[in-house]
Design a protein around this ligand. Structure first.
Ligand SMILES: Nc1ncnc2c1ncn2[C@@H]1O[C@H](COP(=O)(O)OP(=O)(O)OP(=O)(O)O)[C@@H](O)[C@H]1O
Length: 321
């Protein structure tokens, strides 16, 4: 049994190097994505996001490295691996003259769904994306948004464990984007693992559990979102009603680390406090006893946007150092 099963990584990427003619697109990328994660794949244009997704989907062969999905090598056992994989690329790959039903039947049979399961799978996939009432409409006469939904249904029709979606919300109206977010949350609740790329971080924020930031073919950061910076430590956000000078040695006396402000918010302090909730309760009591005018006191979860900006700033500093 591979080590993937011990830490339950459902996607394992090791040392992936990918070259286009005359252009290296990935420089030794390694990640392990835990089962049930929704991984936001972010980075500027040309970072290598689509290339990485295609390599995980087994569509393009890397120069070096390995990709395993649900413990199956996508290069050595492509047919077995494909059963666990759903992929939505930049191009929807629809047959315009086929009806919604035929498109889904075709996608399902390509993925080895057969017999009685075939029609159930097709109906379920159509219902999931809100196309159940258009089963007989030709794909070519659907609007862009509905074509996108059909393409997503094709990627889901065989109920894969891992779903890779490259810019799935591009071209969708706000209502369709909201239902897409709801669909992603439902897929995650079923225990599926999603990798979603987008340039709209606020959108990814709604459903992502992890972030992979790429830049120029390299991993800038791979992190669990909302996780404490260090195990057993909570980052707290404290807002004061007016400026306050702590007594000498106050923060150190409480065991609190990393006190930083928030840009444009002079009355906000962020503190890393060990001891989880007990530590937070102790600190709040000490603040009040020391006369701090505490107006708000809360656990701070770093947003995807903050995490991404912090990662890219750190990477830029490394380059200039
Ligand atoms: N077919 C190709 N031939 C040559 N170079 C390519 C090809 N496809 C992509 N590249 C290059 O590889 C790099 C990574 O491209 P990729 O499409 O993976 O980036 P991306 O992060 O998905 O970008 P975007 O956000 O613009 O979609 C870029 O420099 C791109 O120009």
């Amino acid at each position: 049994m591979s080590s993937a099963h011990t830490d339950d990584a459902v996607i394992e990427v090791e040392g992936l190097v990918f070259d286009y003619p005359g252009k290296r697109a990935l420089y030794g990328v390694s990640i392990r994505v835990p089962r049930g994660a929704v991984l936001a794949l972010v980075g500027p244009n040309g970072a290598g996001k689509s290339t990485l997704m295609r390599a995980i989907a087994g569509l393009d062969e890397p120069l070096e490295g390995r990709v395993r999905v649900a413990g199956v090598s996508v290069l050595d056992e492509p047919r077995r691996a494909q059963r666990h994989l759903g992929y939505l690329g930049d191009f929807f790959g629809l047959y315009d003259e086929l009806s919604v039903r035929r498109c889904l039947l075709h996608a399902a049979s390509v993925r080895a769904v057969a017999g009685a399961a075939l029609h159930t799978a097709v109906e379920r996939a159509a219902r999931r994306v809100g196309l159940a009432d258009r089963m007989d409409t030709p794909a070519g006469s659907l609007s862009r948004g509905l074509r996108q939904r059909l393409a997503i249904a094709q990627a889901l029709v065989h109920e894969p464990q891992v779903v890779l979606l490259d810019e799935p919300a591009a071209g969708l109206d706000p209502e369709a984007r909201a239902s897409l977010s709801a669909l992603f949350r439902a897929l995650q609740a079923e225990g599926r693992t999603l990798v979603v790329s987008s340039h709209i971080l606020a959108e990814l924020e709604e459903y992502s559990t992890h972030m992979l930031a790429l830049r120029d073919g390299r991993v800038v950061q791979f992190t669990e979102l909302g996780a404490a910076p260090t195990a057993g430590v909570q980052r707290l956000r404290i807002r004061l009603a007016h400026p306050w000078q702590p007594p000498p040695g106050f923060w150190r006396g409480q065991g609190a680390g990393l006190r930083a402000g928030e840009p444009g918010q002079p009355l906000v302090i962020r503190v890393d406090m060990p001891g989880r909730d007990e530590g937070a309760a102790r600190l709040l009591r000490a603040l009040v006893e020391a006369g701090a005018p505490v107006a708000e006191f809360a656990v701070h979860h770093e947003s995807l946007q903050e995490s991404y900006l912090r990662a890219t700033r750190a990477a830029a500093q490394e380059v200039t150092a």
